[in-house]
Design a protein around this ligand. Structure first.
Ligand code: 8YV
Length: 330
């Protein structure tokens, strides 16, 4: 009987405790330098691996999957969003795909709330001013650095899944009125708890909100959901926050509309062509940009690693891994 342990290839550096545990359990190939892998390197990895552990920075497309050896049976994504993986091709080849839902909900909602507060109150602008020009500061002034009140404003959440609901809970505590658009209306108890108003029509919701928060996954159906046409429906005083995926917003149109004053500002943690960021967005004082930090807590990343390990271990023990993206996979 062969005692060879299954080969698990991890594409990026993970927290030490996660890597240590993986090495104990599996034959694990790590990426200690954390250099993103090229398409050719990913193809070479799947030719050998029994399990691949990719992240959002790896494009596991049809071409990569078609070069997988017959031994590759599981892609255990380190991340909740799976738009980096061609799910149809994986399913057709009998490869199970898992993700890490739940464990990054609260961290991502915190970062969303931070952006919701940061833009109207000009947090980053103020902080940067003092860092760069402390010697020029004349002291407090009644009309300087004025932002806009958050309390009492209308927040429109696009995508009322776990993260959307966690954002709504926080926002409600800050006195925002909660509105949402989702494929399906959420359960009445949740609407009641959040005092949330459902909008079947995204267009109508957009035209009436003060702040929009994007919390839906990127799928073919949500690509450019906030198109140029829809962005033009927003009030010129409205702000947009996106901690989901850049592809949900037409980034060029957003940059243009902010530049011309048709939209008041944006807080963006994700971008359409990551790691590239539209220069207009980088330049604007009315845009707060973060380098995809929504789930960036040590606790969150360890929890994500734990989920990845449970999915792999369960699968290798012959059971259905808990976080299958399509439950029918297995
Ligand atoms: C992750 C994310 O860090 O989980 C997600 O969908 O967007 C991020 O917070 C990233 O995807 C890791 O693969």
């Amino acid at each position: 009987m062969s005692t060879k342990k299954p080969l698990v290839v991890v594409t990026r550096k993970l927290p030490d405790v996660v890597e240590t545990r993986m090495k104990e359990l599996f034959e694990t190939r790590l990426n200690v330098d954390d250099r993103p892998m090229s398409q050719a390197e990913l193809a070479a990895a799947v030719a050998e691996a029994d399990v691949l552990v990719p992240t959002v920075t790896d494009r596991i497309d049809r071409s990569v999957i078609s070069q997988a050896g017959p031994q590759l049976k599981l892609i255990a994504n380190f991340g909740t969003g799976v738009d980096n993986i061609d799910l149809d091709t994986a399913t057709n080849r009998g490869i199970i795909v898992t993700n890490t839902p739940g464990v990054l909900t609260e961290d991502t909602a915190d970062m969303t709330m931070a952006l919701i507060l940061a833009i109207p109150r000009r947090l980053v602008e103020g902080a940067q001013y003092l860092k760069e020009k402390a010697s020029e500061w004349q002291g407090w002034s009644p009309t300087w650095m004025l932002g806009h009140r958050i309390y009492g404003k209308r927040l429109g959440i696009i995508g009322m899944g776990h993260i959307g609901q966690a954002v709504a809970r926080r926002a409600k505590a800050f006195g925002l009125q909660i509105h949402y658009h989702n494929r399906r209306r959420v359960a009445p108890e949740i609407e009641e708890e959040l005092e949330a108003t459902y909008w079947d029509s995204l267009d109508q919701m957009l035209a009436r909100m003060d702040i929009i928060s994007v919390n839906c996954p990127h799928t073919p159906a949500t690509y450019h959901l906030l198109s140029a046409r829809r962005l033009k429906l927003l009030k010129p005083t409205a702000y947009i926050v996106n901690t989901a995926r850049g592809e949900v917003i037409d980034e060029n149109a957003l940059a243009r509309l902010i530049e011309t004053g048709a939209i008041a500002g944006a807080g963006l943690d994700v971008f359409e062509h990551e790691p590239a960021v539209n220069p207009k967005l980088l330049k604007s004082d009315r845009v707060v940009v973060l380098p995809h930090m929504g789930s960036a807590t040590l606790e969150g990343r360890i929890d994500m690693g734990e989920k990845v390990i449970i999915n792999i271990k369960t699968f290798l023990d012959g059971h259905a891994p808990p976080d299958r993206v399509h439950p029918a996979m297995f």
